[in-house]
Write a protein that binds this ligand. Structure first.
Ligand code: SFD
Ligand code: AMP
Length: 630
């Protein structure tokens, strides 16, 4: 540790993360900061051009409301999100994003993102809210705009942030380390934005052994947002609302384009269509079972029922869907051939734009989508507040969207500020505002960036960070390196040593606990009170043992902290599932001891708050109050 330099960086607005929401925050904060002579600084654990969930690119922009087009209103979008989340949503947050998201999409296009157009020059829609893009370079384009806005000198790439710094109840910075050089970093700021994505590999993945690491959600988002926010003392919400996407099996290719654009069916081993055969089951989840589109978790649930009855595998009927579209051109031989070629291109491009490995898997296993169907399956659970899950921090909404009923509950001074002064979140890091996706996350980041600048202007200088605190954090963050240095080479194999544990083994232990007791794939996404309590007990022991985590080098030091963050994500998830005594999202998790939905007692937010002073979690029930609902 002696050879670790401490680098202190002074700034006004600190943006942590370099993903979609952080890039939005950077663009907007830079604009307002320039006007007011403030400095904006940005940190990413990776290289912004290819960091976060959009690293590989995307094939669609999933939130475009098209308010100017006049077909949709803000209320329409809020209705869609509320229904999809079975009634549990912060309408103020969703509406705020919905009213700004179109301008974000137009900015993307201005910056060079190719959006598909029809003959009349209109965007080609995948579904009502989704537009198709040639998105292989999506992230590069969005990152470039953020870089241009704040300047390369103000960007720290390959710096991994771990701890929040809170002084006198205000978040005034962050601590972390370089993943390439022996440097410990302390950032000091007037306002802090933290958007480090969601979390994956908290649960045992379906891909193990030679496929380990392959997941739908990007492996480099490890719960840093939750850890940072919770450790600052910020209240969390919807941490039980994990997301389980149905994906093309093993390659995790997206299904949206197949269901919406190609209008494909999914059928089981017997040829039955669970969305048709199991329609009656939706009655049990009314009123949400009756809305259109059917909520994502209920679509999952119907398929899961087939699997539990031994009717799997489930197949996406690609060959049938492509043939059906081509059939419309049957009378014109040339047109028919052209259409077939076009459809093949689109099918492959959908994967090549965002999940290249699925295209490789197709190629490797001789799949031609126009000839044979492909297996789809429910993936392991992820934490992604920006998609169809909802986990994240409890943040203030905007003032002007509140009604008399919601104002005191959902607004506390600065849009997107957490319950900790000076700490802002958006994207996967903010909760109860699902279906923002890439575009909405960027838009929400812009809202947060502007708000953080306002906070910095209003509050002025942040209290200083005591030197003793800096030393304490440095010692704690680098301790795994010291442990390895002291204890390695005392056994014949450095992986096996009773004095320490390597992060990979620690991760396996965490994943096994979550898989078996907290409703992972092996437990068919089912859990109950006794299982959750057992999970907590085992997590407590894991936490004790986390002090024995050792790191051989900087890369492994990052792995140590990533897994500690995952462990925190796991704990808050288990606690919140335990707190909510009902089953509301059966296709995400099913509590077998409380198997039905309880609208009387649980049409409410399940929130959780960790107290930095006592180290205890407090569970809080907060009311769901609507603004737009009829
Ligand atoms: O089809 C640290 N998403 C999709 N959105 C769309 O609009 N269209 C799609 O086609 C999408 N598809 C999709 C999507 C997500 C994924 C995983 C797949 C496919 C496979 C959703 C969006 O991608 C998502 O909503 C946004 O990216 C969320 O933005 P944000 O900012 O919350 O997260 P991020 O972009 O992953 O960025 C996180 C950043 O944090 C950094 N980071 N930095 C410093 N210190 C640490 N400790 C850090 N930990 C993380 C990361 O490097 C990154 O820069 S489809 O399937 O729906
Ligand atoms: P996905 O590829 O599953 O991430 O989906 C992309 C977009 O399409 C998201 O906005 C989903 O909510 C939506 N979507 C996917 N499948 C369906 C479906 N069967 N019905 C309605 N919307 C869907």
């Amino acid at each position: 540790m002696a050879n670790f330099e401490t680098v202190k960086v002074e700034t006004d607005v600190l943006i942590i993360g370099g993903g979609m929401s952080a890039c939005g925050a950077a663009v907007e904060a830079a604009y307002w900061a320039k006007k007011n002579g403030l400095k904006v600084t940005m940190i990413d654990k990776a290289a912004m051009d290819r960091s976060g969930a959009v690293a590989m690119g995307l094939s669609a922009i999933n939130q475009y409301v098209d308010l100017k087009g006049g077909k949709n209103t803000i209320k329409d979008y809020v209705d869609y999100v509320r229904n999809d989340l079975m009634g549990i949503t912060r309408e103020d947050l969703v509406a705020n994003i919905a009213r700004h998201v179109d301008s974000t999409v137009h900015l993307f296009e201005k910056w060079g993102l190719p959006i598909w157009k029809d003959e009349d020059g209109n965007y080609v829609h995948e579904g009502r809210w989704q537009v198709m893009i040639n998105g292989e370079s999506y992230k590069v384009i969005v990152a470039e705009a953020a870089k241009n806005a704040i300047g390369l000198d103000n960007i720290y790439e390959r710096v991994f942030i771990v701890e929040p710094i809170v002084v006198d109840g205000r978040c005034v910075g962050a601590a972390g380390f370089s993943t390439r050089e022996n440097k410990f970093y302390v950032f000091h700021a007037k306002a802090v934005y933290a958007g480090m994505g969601g979390a994956v590999h908290v649960f045992k993945p379906r891909s193990t052994g030679e496929g380990l690491g392959r997941a739908w959600y990007p492996p480099w988002n490890t719960g840093s947002s939750l850890y940072f926010s919770a450790r600052a003392g910020a209240e969390q919400t919807c941490q039980e609302v994990r997301f389980i996407p149905v994906r093309f099996k093993d390659g995790y290719g997206p299904v949206g384009a197949w269901f919406l654009l190609f209008k494909s069916r999914a059928t089981n081993a017997m040829g039955g269509e669970y969305m048709v055969e199991r329609r009656d089951e939706l009655e049990n989840w009314a009123p949400y079972g009756k809305v259109k589109p059917i909520p994502a978790n209920l679509r999952n649930w119907l398929g899961m029922l087939d699997i539990m009855e031994g009717k799997g595998p489930i197949f996406m009927r690609t060959e049938e869907a492509m043939q059906k579209i081509a059939d419309a051109y049957k009378d014109d031989e040339k047109g028919y051939k052209k259409k077939k070629k076009e459809l093949e291109n689109e099918a492959w491009e959908d994967f090549l734009d965002m999940t290249i490995s699925q295209a490789l898997l197709w190629a490797a296993s001789n799949v031609q989508p126009e000839e044979r169907s492909s297996e789809i399956a429910a993936a392991e659970p992820y934490f992604i507040g920006s998609h169809s899950g909802a986990s994240g921090a409890w943040v203030s909404g905007p003032e002007d969207i509140q009604n008399a009923d919601t104002k005191d509950e959902y607004f506390w001074g600065y849009a997107q500020m957490s319950t900790v002064e000076g700490l802002f979140h958006a994207g996967d890091a903010s909760g109860a505002s699902s279906h923002k996706f890439s575009s909405g996350s960027h838009a929400e980041g812009r809202i947060a960036g502007k708000s953080a600048v306002k906070y910095a202007m209003d509050k002025g200088d942040a209290p200083a960070i005591p030197d003793a605190l800096i030393e304490e954090m440095k010692t704690a963050l680098l301790a795994p390196l010291d442990l390895f240095e002291q204890k390695a080479n005392t056994t014949s194999d450095n992986d096996i040593n009773p004095e320490y544990m390597r992060p990979k083994m620690f991760m396996f232990r965490l994943q096994k606990i979550m898989d078996e007791y907290a409703g992972g794939v092996s437990a068919q996404f089912t859990t109950n009170k006794a299982s959750l309590e057992r999970a907590l007990e085992l997590l407590e022991m894991l936490k004790e043992d986390s002090k024995l985590l050792a790191a051989e080098d900087l890369h492994e030091l990052m792995r140590v902290w990533e897994n500690i963050q995952r462990m925190w994500q796991a704990e808050v998830h288990v606690r919140t599932m335990l707190f909510r005594e009902e089953t509301r999202w059966p296709g995400y998790y099913f509590r077998a001891d409380t198997p039905t939905m309880d609208e009387t007692n649980w049409l409410a937010f399940a929130n959780a708050k960790w107290d930095p002073a006592t180290g205890e979690w407090e569970m809080i029930k907060r009311p769901v109050k609507y603004i737009f609902k009829d």
